[in-house]
Write a protein that binds this ligand. Sequence first.
Ligand SMILES: [Zn+2]
Length: 270
Amino acid sequence: MKPVIFVLTSSFFCILLTGCSTVPVTGRHELNVISSDQEMQLGLSSFDQLKASTPVSHDPAANAMVQRVASRIAHVAGKDLPNAKWEFVVFDSKEANAFCLPGGKIGVYSGILPIVQTDAGLATVIGHEVGHAVAHHGAERMTEQLGLEELAHLGSSVVSSNYQKAALTAFGVGSKVGLELPHSRKQESEADHIGLMYMARAGYDPKEAVSFWQRFAEYNKQASGSQQSSRFTSYLSGFLRTHPTDEVRIQQLQALLPKAQAEFTNKPAQ
Ligand SMILES: [Zn+2]
C-alpha cells in the first residue's frame, strides 16, 4: 500500500484547505491556497519592483494604443477581477513580452508592438495576459510549487521575500509571451480561451487572434534561429521543435472561433 502522502489529491486539498476556486469563462476548478489578498500584495510589489528597474516608454503612439486597448479589455474583464486597480504601462524594451499581474497591473514591452501590428493584435496579447490573471494562474502555480511545509504556514497573511521571488516567476514576468514556460500548457490554453472571449466582448474581431499567433510563430522561428548562442534560447528552440505549441494553439483557437464570433459585436461593451 502506498503511503497516504503520495495519494493526496487536489480534491483532498480542496476539502482540507478550502482552496478551490472556479476559473471564469472556462469553469475549470482549480486548487489555489493563496488568498486573493496575498496574491494582490505580491502582484503590487512585483509591479513596483519592475517600474523601478525597467525604463518606461514615453512614445505617445505606443502609450495611446496600449491605453486604448487595455482599457477595453479591462472593462469586460472587470467582473472577473473585481478588486483590480487597473494600470497600463508600456516598458521600453526590445523583448517581445507582456504580462498582467494580479490586481490588474498590465505591462506591455515595446518589443512586442511590431508583432501585434493592430489594435486587435494587441487585444489578443492583453486578453491572453488578463486571462492568466483572472484565472489566478500565478497563485495556482505557486500552490503547485510550494512544499507541504510552506503550505502549512500560508494560513497567515505573511508575505515573505521567498514568496515574492516565487511570485515573479509564477506570474510569468520576464518570460516571452505565449511560451509554455513558466506557464504550463494547460494554463496557456486556458488563457488563450479566456482572452479570445474577452477580445470578442470588447469589440475586436476574434479571427485576428489567429493572425496574431501566426505572426508570433514566425517571429519565434526567426528569433530562435538567430540567437542560437544563448543557452536559454537554444533550450527553448529545442523545446519548441519537439512541442508543436504554435500549431496546437492555433488549432485550438480556430475551434473556439464560432463561440467567440457569437460574442463579437463590433462595438466595445458599455
Ligand atoms: Zn501565457
